[in-house]
Design a protein around this ligand. Sequence first.
Ligand SMILES: [Zn+2]
Ligand SMILES: [Zn+2]
Length: 270
Amino acid sequence: MKTGKISLQKAAFSLLLALFLVTSFSHPTMAQSKQSLSTQITNNDQSIIFTKLNEKVWVHTSFNEWNGTIYDHNGLIVLTSKGAVLIDTAWDSGGDYQKTEELLRMIKKHFKQKVHLAIVTHAHDDSIGGIQALLNQGIDVHSTKLTAKLAKEYGYPSPRPTLDKKPLLKVGDTVVETYYPGEGHSPDNITVWLPQHKILFGGCLIKSLDATDLGNTADANIQQWGPSVRKVIKKYPQVKTVIPGHESWGDKKLLFHTLYLIKQHQQNQP
Ligand SMILES: [Zn+2]
Ligand SMILES: [Zn+2]
């Protein structure tokens, strides 16, 4: 009986996902529309999508339900001479980490590389939900002290809190710079900068141009969010590509669009 229920849920989820993909591909302003023209790799049920940014950097996208709607979440895969660097897990939730297991299988299959280390950019389930799958394979998972502390509070195993002291990681031929600009979407949100590619992973601190509001603000600090985004803008003037936590990526316009959404949110508050 139990398996029957699960497979029914799974079927319902797949149907929702299919509907989501159909609507988003056919609607020019929704997620994936711009990316659908670029090189993509997906698994059989399209629950995980890899989109190529360049020879070394790919976006991984997975899906989950929030408030009754299916959303996507983006992370990064950076191929280095020492193995892959994974930014954020797949969007697992509720103690389940199958999507991240699938993500690891796909990395191994398509890139013939192991994940050398991982970084989680905040302690919400879309960034850290699959951490157990990473730890099960002996992958070294890094975060800030605050993310590690919140992870434990939320019932996740702790990542290694190394990033406050060592925000710059050198992995083989690749430099990965993490940065904590202050509170915003969450108290602990960090960004990840790839100087060799001028790619900035903004995570959930940064909103897509598709976004018409700030999304989940349950743990947000609206007052600090703007100053934090401004710090990121100031720190990376040479940025070419900005990857938000959700929906389509683009250029530095996303940083300014996020500032606009914060202002709009503040104006709508009584
Ligand atoms: Zn979040
Ligand atoms: Zn998010």
